[in-house]
Design a protein around this ligand. Structure first.
Ligand code: NAD
Length: 143
C-alpha cells in the first residue's frame, strides 16, 4: 500500500501554492488559472488559515452576489482544513476524500507544510499500483 510520501516524490515539485488572506478572489483565481491548479492554501506567515478551491468559487461568489475583484479570499475560504501526513496511505486519503467530499489534502509533517495531494494524484498512484499488480499476475500466469 503506497503512502502520501510516495505520491509527493512522484510530483514534479513539493512546493505548495498559497495566497495571503488579504488577496482578492480575483488574484487567487488568476494564480490558479496560471498554474493550472484547482486549489490554493491561505497562509499568514507559517499559519495555515484555510483552503480555497474551484468549488468554493463556484458556490460562494456570483451565486451569492459577490464579485471576485471585491471579495477578500479570507471571506470565502474554507477554514476547516483536513490534513494528512506523509505516512497516510492512499486508501486512507481516498476514504477521507470520499467521506468529507474533498479533492485536495495538504500534507503536514511535524506541523510543517510539506506538500499537497489532489484526487488526481491519488487516482494516478492507484492506477499505477494496480498496473504493477496486473503485470506481476500476468508474469506469474505465463511462467
Ligand atoms: N497525469 C498526472 O500526473 C496528473 C496528476 C494530477 C492530476 N492530473 C489531472 O489534472 C486534472 C485536475 O486534477 P485534480 O482534480 O486532481 O486537481 P488539481 O487541478 O487541483 O491538481 C492538479 C495538480 O496540481 C497539484 N496542485 C493543486 N493545487 C496545488 C497547490 N495549491 N499547491 C501545489 N500543488 C497543487 C495537484 O497536487 C495535482 O498534482 C485532472 O484531469 C487530473 O486527471 C493529472
Amino acid at each position: 500500500m503506497s503512502t502520501v510520501a510516495q505520491i509527493l516524490l512522484s510530483k514534479p515539485s513539493h512546493a505548495v501554492h498559497t495566497v495571503a488572506p488579504t488577496a482578492t478572489v480575483r488574484e487567487a483565481i488568476e494564480q490558479m488559472a496560471h498554474r493550472r491548479i484547482g486549489a490554493l492554501l491561505i497562509v499568514e506567515g507559517e499559519r495555515i488559515l484555510g483552503i480555497f478551491t474551484e468549488r468554493d468559487y463556484a458556490r460562494k461568489i456570483e451565486v451569492r452576489g459577490r464579485t471576485s475583484a471585491g471579495t477578500p479570499i479570507r471571506d470565502v475560504m474554507t477554514a476547516d482544513v483536513m490534513f494528512v501526513t506523509p505516512a497516510t496511505t492512499t486508501q486512507e486519503c481516498m476514504a477521507l476524500m470520499t467521506d468529507k467530499r474533498l479533492r485536495h489534502l495538504p500534507v503536514l509533517d511535524g506541523g510543517q507544510l510539506v506538500g499537497l495531494v489532489s484526487i488526481g494524484d491519488l487516482v494516478k498512484e492507484i492506477i499505477s499500483e494496480q498496473q504493477f499488480v496486473i503485470a506481476q499476475l500476468e508474469s506469474y500466469i505465463h511462467s
